[in-house]
Design a protein around this ligand. Structure first.
Ligand code: ADP
Ligand code: MG
Length: 445
């Protein structure tokens, strides 16, 4: 991971890691004030948020978040339909809120867009490609924020898209707002990705990049990470081949919530084809994505002695009735293996980032000093996404692997912090720090 990060920073197309510039060269300082809005378009959910900032010491006076699933037909329709739906939800949200000055002054909006974007400024960028099952063809290679701004105008909303950010960047912003030692952010939800704070002189592909802070947030797009060192099973190969984005997002397809359930389904399907422990192969078992990751997690975490939840899901979701206890235990084991691999890969990725920025305890120093001689700075990684927050076993395996790779000594200084709704709230914070009203909020890390 660390090697690929270097390669992606050295030249455009130098690695499967895109290492995208974000143009976010300062993070919210805590002195931002006023009411700001954000829209967070994830892979499964769409969130509308309002944040009231107190203006001192990182005080969020109030926050409101509304979450709804993204209607499936909008994921592959036309861009105008998606943007009109988003604008409509925002309008309803604004109208029922008690923002007293809502009609008098223009409001600043942060737009969290969790797909790979080549930014042209902090408030604009071009969609490189879709991931996580989205396929709105007329948006690819087009500017993203403009489409939303036009929909806001169509709805008569007095709002400006002040920042267009990746969900990782929003999460880093909120993490850093509360804890200035936060250096990176990781998303583990429908998809997976990470960003971190990088020195501009290390961004070699962008010669002469100058920022007041001397740094910039880099969106790694780590979901697309691949390495010949990474072993792949036949299940991974088949899942990839049948996906709309084959040969892309290889790391994501082993880690994130969109895929884990389907890997498990593929393993059970193979077992069912090659033995008779699950009876005849059911049609549900053969249909892609029939087993979702939350259902898989529920089977994995079934602690009843008879594994009744496993039996219920096998029957109700995969149409496999009357599975003997021995085979139910096997299913739990499959869930465990798949989740453990995912969590350990994510942990290894985090250590890769720490290594790249010299926070893994090795200090990048050659010779002489041993690991324990190096003074390790407190290092915080902000994490967001329901796979991490809702799936206890995943979370535990991730922590265990971090501990194992970094060692007792170093891992004491590495803190993983949940940044709840960070991707959206962080975007509102960035809208605040980039708003026309604020001037003095540059705070380098
Ligand atoms: P988004 O990716 O849309 O921003 P989230 O971060 O909330 O949204 O992630 C949603 C994904 O997290 C779901 O698609 C699902 O795969 C996974 N997930 C949600 N709840 C659970 C759960 N209880 N156990 C395991 N995975 C879950
Ligand atoms: Mg999200």
């Amino acid at each position: 991971m660390a090697v690929e990060m270097h390669a992606g920073l050295a030249s455009e197309g130098g690695s499967k890691l895109k290492m995208l510039l974000t143009y976010v060269d300062n993070l919210p300082s805590g002195s931002e004030k006023g009411t700001y809005y954000a829209l967070d378009l994830g892979g499964t959910y769409f969130r509308v948020l309002r944040v009231e900032l107190g203006g001192q010491k990182s005080s969020i006076l109030d926050q409101y978040v509304e979450r709804q699933p993204i209607p499936e037909q909008l994921m592959s329709g036309r861009s105008e339909e998606l943007f009109d739906f988003i604008a409509e939800s925002l309008q309803q949200f604004v109208e029922k809120g008690n923002d007293s000055e809502q009609f008098s002054s223009r409001k600043e909006l942060g737009f969290t867009f969790s797909f790979p974007v080549k930014q042209t400024s902090v408030s604009s960028g071009i969609l490189i490609k879709w991931t996580k099952g989205f396929a709105i063809k007329d948006m690819v290679a087009k500017e993203v924020a403009g489409g939303l701004q036009q929909a806001l105008v169509r709805k008569g909303l007095n709002m400006r898209v002040t920042v267009l950010v990746n969900d990782t960047v929003g999460t880093l912003a909120l993490g850093h707002y509360h804890d200035a030692d936060t250096v990176a952010a990781v998303i583990i939800g429908t998809g997976t990705n990470a960003c971190y704070w990088e020195r501009t002189d290390a961004i070699i592909k962008c010669q002469g990049l100058l920022t007041a802070s001397g740094g910039m947030v880099v969106n790694m797009e780590w979901g697309n990470f691949w390495s010949s060192h990474l072993p792949r099973t036949s299940y991974d190969i088949e899942l990839d081949a049948e996906s709309p984005n084959s040969n892309d997002q290889g790391f994501e397809k082993m880690i994130s919530g969109m895929y884990l359930g389907d890997i498990v389904r593929r393993v059970i399907l193979r077992m069912s084809e090659e033995s008779d422990i699950f009876g005849p192969v059911s049609s549900s078992l053969s249909s892609p994505f029939a087993l979702t990751t939350p259902s898989m997690a529920a089977m994995h975490e079934d602690d009843s002695p008879e594994l009744t939840e496993v039996a219920r899901i096998l029957k109700g979701v995969l149409e496999i009735p009357d599975v003997p206890l021995k085979a139910r235990k096997l299913v739990v084991k499959v869930c465990d293996v798949v989740t453990r691999r995912a969590a350990r890969l994510a942990a290894a990725g985090i250590v890769g980032i720490l290594k790249k920025i010299g926070r893994d305890g090795s200090g990048g120093i050659t010779g002489g000093r041993s690991r324990s001689d190096i003074k390790m700075r407190r290092t915080v990684v902000a994490v967001e996404g329901s796979l991490y927050t809702e799936y206890t076993m995943f979370r535990e395996y991730l922590h265990e692997a971090l501990h194992e790779i970094l060692g007792e000594e170093i891992s004491q200084h590495v803190i993983i912090k949940v940044s709840e709704d960070g991707s959206g709230i962080g975007a509102a914070l960035l809208a605040a720090s980039h708003s026309s009203r604020s001037v003095d909020n540059v705070q380098p890390l």
